[in-house]
Design a protein around this ligand. Structure first.
Ligand SMILES: NC(=O)c1ccc[n+]([C@@H]2O[C@H](COP(=O)([O-])OP(=O)(O)OC[C@H]3O[C@@H](n4cnc5c(N)ncnc54)[C@H](OP(=O)(O)O)[C@@H]3O)[C@@H](O)[C@H]2O)c1
Length: 301
């Protein structure tokens, strides 16, 4: 199959492109800079000219692009970028895909989303049928998913990936946490009781590929391992993975985090126990359902 990918230079996109290619699929990268090879096509996320003939014949489009949520302090300007790079880009892409002549454009759109949809659930278990939560990210995620409506209305199968923290060695949250954890110095955030729903990068890619091939799988899917952990448990597991002692007294108090990181601290302090109900119903089996094995495997890669 030919698969077009946006955001293909990121943590998930790099691994997905490699996995698809390894199995003989053709990957077309939609890139924001000038193309560097025959497998790349320029796209402007705000204008989303996915009308380029290079996208013709693609059976699917995987849309991962978006400004990093944990990359910068959430100034008013950066919050606008987080939002626009998702909502405007998705709407433009979905509109462009919907406008492809019948039979020429992708039949499937797999679009990144996030468990930010649920907001802070206080540790209560939630599945895909739970209502959207409150706060900046929850609003962004609702609008991000809704922005794919033009593709849905054009009969394209759309699946949203409500991912938890993706644990992969090359970047994202694991790269940030591993730095201090390697020396046994990763602190708990706040009291450490907040529930963190996570997924190994391996299972994230397996789940995307599962949804690419699962005819009829549409709507939102939680991409979270079936065993979420508290921040305290994640910290202890990371120290163990590096063979370091775990000092549970090492903490950054919540007010200090809020002062240092501003609103972005909600990324570390929000508690959400998100379960992959729809993936389980569809028959997806996790390779790494438990965090200890996931960390050992991902850190080895
Ligand atoms: N990693 C996680 O833990 C996690 C959890 C939940 C949801 N997600 C979502 O899944 C998607 C992929 O995650 P990821 O971890 O692979 O992200 P990433 O490593 O930050 O990569 C995202 C990619 O998006 C493109 N991009 C960056 N800034 C952009 C902007 N301002 N406008 C448009 N495109 C931009 C870049 O690709 P190009 O330079 O090639 O265009 C970048 O490599 C994101 O939308 C993210 O929000 C990730």
């Amino acid at each position: 199959m030919k698969v077009a990918i946006t955001g293909s230079s990121g943590l998930i996109g790099t691994a997905l492109a490699a996995s698809l290619r390894a199995d003989g699929h053709q990957v077309v990268r939609l890139v924001r800079r000038p193309p560097r090879g025959p497998d790349e096509v320029r796209w402007d996320p705000r204008a989303a000219d996915a009308g380029d003939p290079a996208v013709d014949g693609a059976g699917a489009c995987v849309h991962l692009a978006g400004a990093g949520v944990g990359d910068h302090r959430w100034t008013r300007r950066y919050k606008a970028e987080i939002r626009a790079s998702r909502v405007l880009a998705t709407r433009a892409l979905a509109t462009a895909l919907a406008a492809r002549p019948k039979g020429q454009g992708p039949r499937v759109l797999i679009a990144a989303s996030a468990i930010g949809w649920y907001g802070d659930t206080g540790g209560r278990e939630v599945a895909e049928d739970a209502p959207a939560g409150k706060g900046f990210l929850a609003r962004v995620v609702q609008d991000w998913e809704a922005a794919a409506d033009p593709a849905r209305q054009a009969g394209i199968r759309v699946a949203h990936l409500r991912s938890g923290l993706v644990l992969g060695k090359g970047g994202g949250v694991l790269a940030r946490l591993a730095m201090p954890a390697r020396f046994g110095l990763l602190p708990r955030f706040g009291d450490g009781s907040q529930v963190m729903s996570w997924i190994s990068l391996t299972d994230q890619i397996r789940a995307i590929r599962f949804l690419l091939e699962a005819d009829g799988a549409s709507g939102s899917f939680n991409l979270t391992a079936p065993n979420p952990v508290t921040n305290s448990e994640l910290t202890a597991a990371l120290h163990k993975a590096f063979g370091r002692p775990d000092f549970s007294w090492l903490r950054v108090p919540e007010p200090v985090l809020r002062l240092g990181l501003g609103e972005m601290s909600s990324e570390l302090l929000t508690s959400a126990r998100v379960l992959p109900a729809r993936l389980a119903q569809a028959g997806f089996v996790f390779e790494y359902p438990k965090v200890a094995a996931a960390l050992t495997a991902e850190l080895k890669r």
